[in-house]
Ligand binder design. Structure first.
Ligand code: GLN
Length: 276
């Protein structure tokens, strides 16, 4: 089969996905180790049988529901090409709102101290570090496998203003204070049927107790002790958790509490300041 035929039949195999043609192309790029421009220019050539077999296997995995990012081992976030594997949550586009909102509060010309709790692949940590070279960004991660992914991603992008630390949430940051603390913790309720569709991703990065607020609650409660006066806490949360999260911030004495909506118009990031 030629490249054109392979793409045509792959597109049919992936017919139930939103973007079958694009995904077929990305899988073929990955299988042959060739960029799209090459595939298009050589679409009347036939890859050898071994390459075709590899492509068919990857296609089958995708058709079974495995996320594309785990099959290709990579995902882009904030224009950074990142390694991902099943030890880490696949970075979501809506999380760029958390980065954007944090950057508004991190001066370009001063050496701010930033912490990212539950850094996973390092997506948020590295996006902030790449935009604020004078800041020091500490990513905290509990799972050793994820820590390895984040460290490799930092090296890949030559970011030397980041440091990854092992531990749960704020515990390993004992005695340190930050100008900005950000986190995209797990926030899905344990019984949420939405979790079934995310079964390839680490449950520990997604589910957080009966109401999904377990980790948001503990981070908000502990954050003040780790913030500089006038520091900020910014948290991603579920679209229906805005009220609850604003209450948590208020109960812990934060001021200037507000919630930002993502591109889909959903409440997604709540922030508050520590004053005095
Ligand atoms: N936004 C993710 C989803 O619902 C959940 C991420 C998280 O729990 N931090 O697909």
């Amino acid at each position: 089969m030629t490249i054109r035929d392979l793409l045509q039949s792959a597109q049919e195999t992936l017919g139930t996905l939103e973007q079958p043609r694009l995904e077929a192309m990305l899988l073929l790029e990955h299988s042959l180790g060739r960029p799209r421009s090459w595939l298009i220019a050589h679409d009347d050539e036939a890859p050898d049988t071994r390459q075709q077999a590899t492509f068919q296997q990857l296609l089958e995995r995708r058709a079974q529901g495995e996320p594309l990012a785990y099959i290709t081992g990579k995902r882009e976030f904030w224009s950074l090409a990142l390694e991902v594997n099943p030890d880490v949550l696949i970075p979501r586009p809506e999380t760029e709102l958390l980065v954007e909102t944090a950057l508004e509060r991190i001066p370009v010309s001063e050496s701010a101290q930033i912490a990212d709790l539950g850094s996973g692949s390092g997506a948020i940590t590295l996006a902030i570090a790449s935009e604020r070279p004078r800041a020091t960004v500490i990513g905290v991660e509990f799972h050793p496998g994820a820590l390895g992914v984040a460290q490799r991603n930092a090296r890949r992008h030559n970011l030397d203003n980041v440091l990854f630390i092992h531990g749960p949430w704020l515990a390993p940051l004992h005695g340190r204070r930050f100008d900005v603390i950000v986190s995209n913790p797990p926030y899905v309720a344990e019984a949420d049927p939405h979790l079934d569709a995310l079964s390839y991703e680490p449950r520990s990065a997604l589910a957080a107790g009966p109401d999904g607020l377990r980790d948001l609650r503990s981070i908000v409660a502990d954050a003040s002790a780790h913030l500089q006066p006038h520091g900020w806490l910014l948290l991603e949360h579920g679209a229906d958790q805005g009220d609850a999260v604003r209450d948590l911030f208020a109960q812990s004495g934060f001021s200037d509490i507000e919630t930002r909506r993502d591109l889909a118009g959903l409440e997604r990031v709540t922030l508050g300041g520590r004053h005095g």
